[in-house]
Unconditional design. Structure first.
Length: 274
């Protein structure tokens, strides 16, 4: 297989990936509009990545390294399905997410069609952009190698950090004694957002798997950068902390706990030395 054929096939894959991500988010829109509950888009987020990865694995048959194709598809599907299942469990029995309520309260016209444009179609575009390493890696002809193994290690560390953080928070919320309290235990004592930090590692790991050539690395770089920015200054950390800011004890928690990168808790001036 020559490199020209690989890039032509990848171009087709990128078009199909855009169609797949849009189809999944349009299906989510149909459900959200019917239920008048647009938080369902968060469940569709991981499912859309899984769908793009599956379609890419099928389309890339006969191109690229078979081991890399399988690894990147499996890694993306495992991450996406776990995330969607977790959000589905967390959302059960709850009403609309305050983020979407605040957004749709600003709708200049029909709230439903405004949600389609600003929530669902925007997320479909983000899924396509962030999934660039998944698509590019599947057409890389070289073996996985040291860089690919490093990518898998970073992906595994991210998935573990995210899953453990989600589990610790869920267990904390299940205890009635913790009602109204700030979660500051386990991984949450080292970073205010262990799930977001883990998420970013997942995509930096997948990016390393896509670095089979300089053009592929450059094409895919937008993915981990966009995901990290989305989690830190976009709709992730920034909006969540705005929502949590007025809760009792949160300011003290934020003062002693790293905002993103895991770091040892800072000792407060009033605390005795150990």
């Amino acid at each position: 297989m020559n490199s020209g054929t690989a890039w032509a096939a990848l171009g087709t894959n990128l078009a199909v990936g855009a169609a797949v991500s849009t189809a999944v988010l349009l299906a989510a829109f149909a459900v959200g509009a019917r239920l008048r509950l647009h938080r369902v888009v968060d469940i569709a987020w991981g499912l859309a990545f899984s769908a793009v990865a599956t379609a890419t694995y099928l389309l890339s048959a006969g191109h690229g390294d078979p081991e890399r194709r399988l690894l990147v598809a499996a890694a993306t599907v495992v991450w996406g399905l776990r995330l969607s299942a977790h959000i589905a469990r967390r959302s059960r029995g709850h009403g609309e997410d305050p983020r979407y309520t605040a957004l749709l309260d600003k709708a200049p016209g029909n709230r439903t069609w405004y949600a389609l444009r600003t929530v669902y179609l925007l997320q479909a575009a983000l899924v396509w952009l962030i999934s660039l390493p998944v698509q590019a890696a599947s057409y890389g002809a070289g073996p996985v190698g040291v860089l690919g193994v490093l990518g898998l290690a970073v992906w595994a560390a991210g998935l573990g950090f995210e899953a453990v953080g989600d589990h610790q928070l869920a267990r904390f919320k299940e205890d009635p004694a913790n009602r109204g309290r700030i979660m500051d235990r386990g991984l949450w004592s080292w970073t205010r957002h262990p799930n977001y930090f883990g998420d970013s590692l997942v995509w930096w790991g997948l990016y390393l798997l896509a670095c089979t050539s300089l053009p592929s690395a450059l094409l895919s770089l937008a993915s981990p950068v966009a995901m990290t920015l989305l989690l830190t200054v976009g709709s992730g950390k920034r909006l969540l902390e705005k929502h949590m800011g007025d809760r009792p004890g949160y300011a003290e928690y934020a003062a002693r706990t790293s905002g993103f990168l895991p770091l040892p808790p800072r000792r407060q001036p009033s605390e005795p030395r150990r």
